[in-house]
Design a protein around this ligand. Sequence first.
Ligand SMILES: [Zn+2]
Length: 441
Amino acid sequence: MKLYNSLTKTKEDFVPIDKEHIRIYFCGPTVYNKLHVGNFRAALVGDLLSKVLKGIYPKVTYVSNITDIDDKIIAASVEANMSIDELTNKYFQQYIDDSSLLGISAPDIQPFATDFIPSMISFIEVLLDKDAAYEVNGNVLFDTTKFPQYGVLSDRKLEEQIKGSRIKVESYKKNSNDFILWKPSLDNEPGWESPWGIGRPGWHLECSVMSQETLSVPFDIHGGGNDLKFPHHDNEIAQTCGFHGTEDPTAFAKYWIHNGFLNLQNEKMSKSEGNVIYLEDLLTDFKGNEIRLALLSSHYRQPIPWSQTLLTQSASIRKKICSKLQNFDHIEPAFHRSSKVGECLLDDLNTPLALSVFQEKLASDDQNIDREIATYKYIFEGSNQDNSISAEEIKLIEQLIIQRNQARKNGNYEEADKIRDKLDKMKVSIKDIGGKTEWTK
Ligand SMILES: [Zn+2]
């Protein structure tokens, strides 16, 4: 397989560290608000990459974290008048539901930052011991001048950054790029006991610790959105290399992959720009797998020009081919010469090419395309398993949903929750959108 490596800035052959066990880490979301459709691209790319690698190698461990402590979370919980737990649980559940609507499988390990606080404290202690960090009034900072390779991923040279920096440097920082490993918490903020007083970890630290604890280092692939390259990923590299006393960034992760954004009218879709579209807005007109197809219709490194036309086109492609996608769950997807679709994915996950090759195959007289269909389904639908559900089961699910909505209407939330649990056990996830309830299994 070939992958574009953001660290070397070249497309390279993927050579695993241990071909018996591939290890991948993708930065996951901070669960403090509703995610817009653009936020799901990194999760989808992680899903895509891990699925392809699972189709090639005997064992793949795909880790993607949940950030459940952060300044943004604290501010959002105050604003919503909810406890941090309530808030993070709510948006975590929403993230899981939305991901499953897009055919994104759960990662093999999904660590929560707050479950790793003791490891984070020990990690900081090692950095302090090695003089790669310093403490000022309960804050612990990473000293970026102790890592001469700082900025290696985003290609920012330290001197340039200092010279070009117009940002006011906080008085406790020795250098403008130094970043927080641990910060003190105020009385009304969540905090943990530490050698530096009650406080909480910095965001960058979480990923260095969780990836090392769940996968051990070095691991094969680290990924995330383009916006995470700097400072987040460069800071992760600096910390982990500092911890292990090495200058070599590949002592952390060998390949770095970064995805592009969704563009809406030529602008990046982002909450701060105020031009976001939520999944639930789309689900009134489109199905989850049609949206997944639209998201995969551009190469993951390119921006996606997001529009109603793109969605309509994707829906019409899917409607045309969906009758041909039945009953292929007994056929394994393939990522070698026996599947042209699979071959396209081996070239840096070229989904637009795979899609057009698949459409050509379907239109050709070739009768021997079962393997192509299974591979297409696995990637573009999220699973080669048939989700065909019996008519009785559909009837039962729909009856339960009606009962649940009736219970909610009557204010009987206990009963409504019970029915939701029952649906959960049947592996049915539901979503309330504009007065309607959508479900997927
Ligand atoms: Zn991260």
